[in-house]
Design a protein around this ligand. Structure first.
Ligand SMILES: NC(=O)c1ccc[n+]([C@@H]2O[C@H](COP(=O)([O-])OP(=O)(O)OC[C@H]3O[C@@H](n4cnc5c(N)ncnc54)[C@H](OP(=O)(O)O)[C@@H]3O)[C@@H](O)[C@H]2O)c1
Length: 236
């Protein structure tokens, strides 16, 4: 991972927080945008700016002058039957997952700069429930499916100067998933569903995001990469 400036929306918790931790030793500057600071410690490298992507057209912070990598982490887990989902639920999931990513990238785009002839990098987050149909996931899967379409379109439109990829995690042990993992029994039952017999850690997905930000993935763009313990592709 080279030095440079990164903007991590949702870098204060879960996967984004772990990504900030991994980037910090080499980065020149990391701007974290989220509603609350949580346990990030702003200093010379890390800066925090408050914003809420759930507010339609709400104000966004000023991005840094030059951005080597931009990552949009805010997301939702709305697990309800289609019958009980309201159009307001669908709109809220679209606002945080899709429109928030659109607004984030509109703010960052003019300042995305690669180094020499190496492109800048953007990472978005989808979910395993887009590629594999799962009950109770209609709202979040619809919103994340739109994120995957956005990712591929921008990867085409912004090549060769900017690479754009997405990570599709399955269940990962973060505050977002806390309700699903609230007891050792639930944790074990969930882990048992995965071919690799465990759920994801924030470090699993953050390490993949680090790779996608780095020049080591310099010939990859327009990809959705599963980080799912084998759930989406294996039957064991
Ligand atoms: N964890 C899973 O099991 C799982 C599974 C599939 C996909 N994913 C996807 O992976 C991504 C990262 O998830 P995670 O589990 O790391 O989530 P997380 O622990 O909830 O962290 C999300 C981050 O985004 C920020 N955020 C959330 N809503 C925001 C808003 N309206 N405005 C501004 N910032 C907001 C949060 O900070 P504040 O709350 O302070 O704003 C936090 O820093 C998400 O896109 C999620 O959909 C996660």
């Amino acid at each position: 991972m080279g030095s440079g400036t990164y903007v991590i929306a949702g870098g204060s918790s879960g996967i984004g927080r772990e990504l900030v931790r991994m980037l910090t030793p080499a980065a020149a500057r990391i701007d974290v945008w989220s509603r609350e600071v949580h346990d990030v410690e702003p200093g010379d490298v890390i800066r925090h700016a408050a914003c809420d992507f759930g507010i339609p057209d709400g104000p966004l912070p000023e991005p840094p002058e030059e951005i080597r990598g931009a990552v949009y982490c805010p997301g939702t887990i709305t697990l309800r039957s289609f019958r009980s989902l309201t159009t307001a639920d669908f709109r809220r999931d679209l606002e945080v997952n899709l429109i928030g990513a659109v607004r984030f990238l509109q703010a960052c785009q003019p300042r995305l700069r690669g180094l020499d002839d190496r492109p800048a990098s953007v990472v978005l987050f989808s979910t395993v429930a887009v590629g594999q149909g799962m009950p109770m996931h209609a709202s979040v899967a619809a919103a994340k499916g739109a994120v995957e379409g956005l990712m591929r379109s921008l990867a085409a439109e912004w090549a060769p100067k900017v690479r754009v990829n997405a990570i599709a995690p399955a269940l990962t042990d973060t505050p977002l998933a806390a309700r699903l993992l609230s007891s050792p029994e639930k944790h074990d039952a969930m882990a048992g569903r995965y071919p690799l017999k465990r759920i994801g850690t924030p470090a699993d997905a953050a390490a993949l995001a680090c790779f996608l930000l780095s020049d080591e993935s310099g010939w990859m763009t327009g990809q959705v990469l599963g980080m799912d313990g084998g759930l989406s592709t294996l039957r064991v």
